[in-house]
Design a binder for this molecule. Structure first.
Ligand SMILES: [Zn+2]
Length: 247
């Protein structure tokens, strides 16, 4: 987005301003993406339009990533041109800022395929939630993936801060505060690996929060949108679906 709008939140969520939001310069399209055929190794050029097809596309890409056989689709100049005027990403990914978890690489997709929102330990705030809502509400994106990962440094730091009662400097403390529910959930259940348990708890808490979001819940009910919780292994490169897979 290259200009700022301040739509009324209730109106946006009710769909009244979807048309306005959808015309944000360079941010969206209501038309299907032209097929790209320049590279024989590219993934199928049709854009998934259902939650099931979108998740299948991502998981197939992840399998290629795991095997070390990425096709790197949709990354050539033709694709750049094809999406220069409009875009129709088939999934929105909310993931961690961690340098080892870039969504386009681990799902082996390319330009114009994902709305990617990244925060420390994929914590949400009103602005972050709005960014995640944008694809499904304004652009018809059929899938949201909340992606946490193994050995998350943000979760580890928050766990240490909350255990020791030491406040992290600056706005890092905000991330700790946002992770407190996951910390408390794990404190109830215990376990051998509290950091990993907290990562998984955070994924589920965020996914559940998005599922109850008044702008997204109706889309989930109509099966036009799936909100999937998923865990990425740094060791293997594999994405494990934890919840919310479309039936
Ligand atoms: Zn992380």
């Amino acid at each position: 987005m290259n200009r700022v709008v301040r739509p009324n939140r209730r109106a946006l969520l009710s769909g009244a301003l979807v048309g306005t939001v959808a015309t944000l310069a360079g941010c969206s399209s209501t038309e299907a993406q032209p097929a790209t055929t320049s590279a024989p190794t590219q993934a199928p050029p049709t854009t998934p339009t259902t939650p099931t097809a979108a998740l299948k596309r991502l998981m197939e890409g992840n399998q290629r990533w795991v095997k070390g056989e990425p096709q790197a689709p949709n990354r050539d100049p033709d694709r750049r041109q094809a999406v220069a005027e409009e875009q129709k990403p088939f999934a929105a990914v909310l993931s961690c800022i961690d340098s080892r978890v870039p969504p386009e690489l681990i799902f082996d997709v390319g330009l114009g395929d994902l709305f990617a929102t990244r925060t420390g330990a994929e914590v949400v705030s009103p602005v972050v939630t709005g960014s995640v809502e944008y694809g499904p509400v304004a652009n018809g994106t059929p899938l949201i993936v909340v992606l946490g990962h193994q050995r998350c440094g943000a979760v580890k730091a928050a766990h240490a801060s909350l255990s020791d009662g030491e406040t992290l400097p600056g706005h890092l403390a905000e991330i700790v505060t946002a992770l407190q529910p996951a910390y408390e959930k794990v404190a109830e259940t215990g376990g051998d690996d509290p950091i990993d348990a907290m990562v998984r708890a955070q994924i589920e808490l965020v996914a559940n929060e998005l599922r109850s979001n008044p702008g997204l819940a109706p889309l989930v009910t109509k099966q036009e949108l799936a909100i999937v919780g998923a865990y990425y292994s740094l060791d293997t490169g594999a994405v494990e679906v934890l919840s919310g897979a479309p039936s």
